[in-house]
Design a protein around this ligand. Structure first.
Ligand code: ATP
Ligand code: MG
Length: 568
């Protein structure tokens, strides 16, 4: 795992803690926030949460827990066009599922619209904001570049009373979208382009999912976020690195209005290989039908991971292993997430048998109408899982891959004349291979040793292979969805010119097979985790039922990436 970025670089660590904890410890030592720790998780309700958000959730809620502090859940809902209550609900569900509870009620930036409006008027009266008539394109042109200072708008020095009058009329709905904006009056020559008179209010005649048609002007992120933090008494406002340049504006707004000052701190956003972590792209995959929905088991969304069979524990473990770095975006290999998942599922899942690529075995010396039941533990080490009865009869299914007519060296599974153990049941020996007219194997005729009942050796004789099986008479045909990585590219940087990420969508990322499952599996409710012995970890899908079970493959038993990388 040496290639993985699993921890913060040494330089960012102080006395064994990451830079965030170091900052908080320092603030607590100086009594800066009266030793309070109050964080927030501020999603915009314009999509479902993904694993990158889980990192932010674990940081914000985790710090609050660790320091006996508080963490708010606040919806950053200032863009009425893209936001929806469907997202508001799913986000709350996902945060809770991950195992966290926010402080008090859910907060919404839109709760503060009245207060934010008052602050905007105050800035105008202080001569620190003005109503501009340049359109979006002109504003961009006037803004200048990294090497060229900006040019002041002709309306920059409009008298405060005039701006105030226009701003009130903007609010009253007198103007169409884009006619005017309110801009902070800061510094058009600032080396930090964010500070060149940023727009803080714009006209948007759109219904808001909470405030309805009350407003037709909406505050911008940079104005809203810092003031929301201030209103809620947030101490450490932790955000991702792309807001580094915005911190100066964050501080400017709070200092200029002379209100309580929260501290913005940035950390590196999570990037995961072979997937995308951008709501815009994820929405596209959903809307254009590449996947089954936001909760498609291939999606890196929290609900997708849940449906796939990931557990909250495994996701939290992953977030703690990747650590927190301040510098450089961290790209983490998907295999680390799978590793964490296997670790947890190994401890918490019952074991059952299912055959994914079935081939019939007939035990020719076993009576036709006889049925035996083997009572078997559901977990090899943990008795608390209990047991289930596994029926056995003359005809069985085994996995096609567990038989070779011409076995290579060191192949210890079934082959002509070879004896293997059927897990829990009997030793069998393959006597005859039955083929159809095209030469395809259709049945294997075997004999069994009744003295090996239960799978134990009758006379100390050893068999090298143990294979899993399902009684043909009792088998439940089961839809099994096998999932692979969603993209063939490791990251965006590999996308060729003229192509988009969609060109790299892996069309084989979902394969459906009909497996033969032991009856116990059909009794498992949706969301149940299980290990198909020797095959992998699976999770019962809500599309399934007792009559038609559906299981998603969460993860294989072994790391399959090593192979892929080599092929690569
Ligand atoms: P996206 O780019 O997917 O649209 P976003 O940053 O716009 O994400 P928000 O809803 O604004 O999404 O994010 C809520 C919080 O989650 C923010 O504090 C944001 O910084 C954090 N966050 C979003 N994506 C990641 C990521 N990949 N890694 C870590 N934190 C993230
Ligand atoms: Mg955002």
């Amino acid at each position: 795992m040496s290639q993985l970025n699993t921890s913060a670089p040494e330089a960012e660590r102080t006395q064994g803690v990451d830079f965030l904890r170091a900052r908080i410890n320092q603030d607590n030592a100086t009594g800066r926030f009266d030793s309070r720790v109050h964080t927030r998780f501020p999603p915009e309700p314009n999509g479902y949460l993904h694993i990158g958000h889980a990192k932010s959730i674990c940081i914000n809620f985790g710090l609050a827990q660790e320091y006996n502090g508080k963490c708010n859940l606040r919806f950053d809902d200032t863009n009425p066009v893209k936001e929806d209550t469907e997202y508001v609900e799913s986000i709350q569900q996902d945060v809770k599922w991950l195992g966290f509870q926010w402080e008090g009620d859910v907060h919404y930036a839109s709760d503060y619209f009245d207060q934010l409006y008052e602050y905007a008027e105050k800035l105008i009266m202080m001569g620190k904001a003005y109503v501009d008539e340049l359109n979006a394109e002109q504003i961009r042109e006037y803004r200048g570049t990294l090497t060229k200072p900006g040019i002041p708008s002709p309306w920059r020095d409009r008298p405060a009373e005039e701006s105030l009058d226009l701003f009130r009329r903007m609010k009253a709905g007198e103007f169409e979208d884009g006619k005017y904006v309110l801009r902070a009056k800061i510094d058009m020559a600032s080396p930090n382009i964010v500070m060149r008179d940023p727009t803080i209010y714009r006209i948007r005649h759109a219904s808001h999912h909470r405030t309805g048609d009350k407003w037709c002007i909406y505050p911008m992120y940079d104005f809203t976020h810092c003031l929301s933090d201030s209103i809620e008494g947030i101490t450490h406002s932790i955000c991702t690195l792309e807001f580094d340049n915005n911190r100066e504006l964050y501080d400017w707004v709070l200092d200029t209005l002379d209100v309580y000052r929260s501290q913005q701190i940035e950390f590196a956003r999570l990037n995961l290989t072979y997937t995308v972590l951008s709501k815009r792209k994820l929405i596209q995959l959903v809307k254009e039908g590449y996947v089954r929905g936001w909760d498609d088991p291939r999606m890196p969304t929290i609900c997708g991971l849940r449906r796939r069979g990931y557990t909250p524990e495994s996701i939290r473990d992953f977030c703690s292993r990747i650590g927190i770095a301040r510098a450089a975006d961290s790209k983490v290999h998907y295999s680390l997430l799978e590793f964490c998942c296997r670790e947890h599922l190994n401890a918490v899942t019952p074991r059952c048998m299912a055959v994914l690529d079935p081939i019939k075995v007939v035990i020719t010396d076993y009576p036709e109408d006889k049925v035996e039941e083997f009572e078997q533990p559901l977990h090899p080490e943990d008795e608390s899982f209990g047991s289930r009865k596994v029926p056995f009869c003359r005809e069985l299914w085994i996995d096609r891959d567990d038989f070779r007519e011409d076995p290579p060296k060191k192949y210890f599974r079934l082959a002509p004349g070879v004896e293997v153990r059927l897990r829990y049941a009997y030793y069998i020996t393959c006597q005859e291979v039955i083929k159809d007219e095209n030469g395809n194997i259709v049945e294997l005729h075997c004999t069994h040793d009744p003295a090996s009942r239960g799978g134990s050796s009758p006379d100390g004789r050893k068999v090298k292979g143990t294979i899993h099986w399902v009684s043909a008479r009792h088998a439940v045909p089961t839809e099994v969805r096998l999932y692979e990585q969603m993209f063939s590219t490791e990251s965006d940087s590999e996308i060729e010119e003229g192509k988009t990420f969609l060109d790299y969508f892996n069309k084989d990322s979902e394969q459906i097979v009909t497996a033969m499952a032991e009856p116990y599996l059909a009794t498992m409710p949706a969301g149940s985790h299980v290990q198909f012995e020797r095959v992998g970890y699976f999770c019962a899908d809500p599309d399934g039922s007792a009559e038609h079970p559906v299981f998603n493959r969460t993860v294989t038993l072994k790391d399959s990436w090593a192979k892929i990388e080599k092929k690569g």
